[in-house]
Design a binder for this molecule. Structure first.
Ligand SMILES: N[C@H](CCC[C@H](N)C(=O)O)C(=O)O
Length: 258
């Protein structure tokens, strides 16, 4: 399944337990010898929510949260008959998220996720090879957002891995570059911690929207246009919560030796 092109392998571990998800994420994410994906997402039970989700990047590292993945989990549990609810709570390492499913003809076409509040927001000046004025934001997972005049001038393959491992981030970070198109429209590209350049990043879209508003560049609600598609982010003034709305798409079902 994918959310705006950010594709993961989804496994219902209540039916198909996976003993070494770190290893399987590496093995199955490979494009020529595996399935090919940005990582592996495990759907499970929860004592404190309707379902649980764990997300492993393509390098096997486990992350706290996956925005695009959470939308696809909502689609999965509804369309595979694990629930008839259209509002679902999902336990993640970044806390419980609330999903509102948008259903058309029995299919989940898009999902609105309450991503909670941004945990840390800090403007920082990077020194050295990339002297940048950036904003560090945690959505449960770490993000470094840098606004540029022309996003096509950024060589993400070169800058991404350098900034992912910048000394300020002991656990590495996701890296977003963004260009303001309008007060409610941002073009963003992402180098993801543990997966490299992906088509989109849900938590990264949230971080980008928060950084833009904090820097006075946009309104509280805006579209984040990424390589693989667009999500709508609203940072609610009353609750302080961030709402992310975007598509969820199933590509195929398959079987693989575990
Ligand atoms: N690479 C991220 C996890 C996946 C997040 C992203 N795919 C999303 O949609 O939020 C990290 O290590 O924090």
């Amino acid at each position: 399944m994918h959310g705006t092109g950010n594709d993961y392998i989804y496994v219902d571990v209540t039916k198909y337990p996976i003993v070494t998800p770190e290893r399987k994420a590496i093995e199955w994410s490979k494009y020529h010898t595996g399935i090919g994906s940005d990582g592996l997402i495990l759907i499970g039970t929860s004592e404190i929510a309707d379902f649980s989700m764990r997300i492993f990047n393509a390098d096997g590292s486990e992350a706290m949260m996956c925005g695009n993945g959470s939308r696809c989990v909502g689609k999965y549990v509804y369309e595979y008959g694990l629930t008839r609810q259209t509002e679902i709570t999902l336990e993640t390492l970044a806390g419980i998220k609330v999903l509102k499913l948008n259903i058309e003809n029995g299919k989940v076409t898009s999902v609105t996720v309450d991503m909670g509040t941004p945990l840390e927001i800090e403007r920082i000046r990077l020194e050295g090879k990339y002297p940048l004025q950036s904003t560090r934001i945690s959505m449960g997972n770490p993000h470094l957002v840098t606004f540029v005049e022309d996003i096509t001038s950024i060589n993400l393959s070169e800058t991404g891995p350098e900034l992912e491992c910048y000394p300020l981030f002991p656990d590495r970070t996701n890296v977003e570059f963004a260009q303001i198109i309008d007060k409610d429209k941002i073009r963003m590209r992402v180098w993801e911690r543990g997966s490299g350049i992906t088509q989109a990043c849900g938590t990264g879209a949230c971080a980008t929207a928060v950084a833009a508003f904090e820097n006075g560049l946009t309104e509280r609600k805006c579209e984040i246009i990424m390589d693989g598609g667009t999500v709508t982010i609203e940072w609610e003034q009353a609750s302080g919560h961030i709402l992310m709305t975007g598509p969820a798409t199933k590509v195929f079902d398959g079987e693989i030796e575990n």
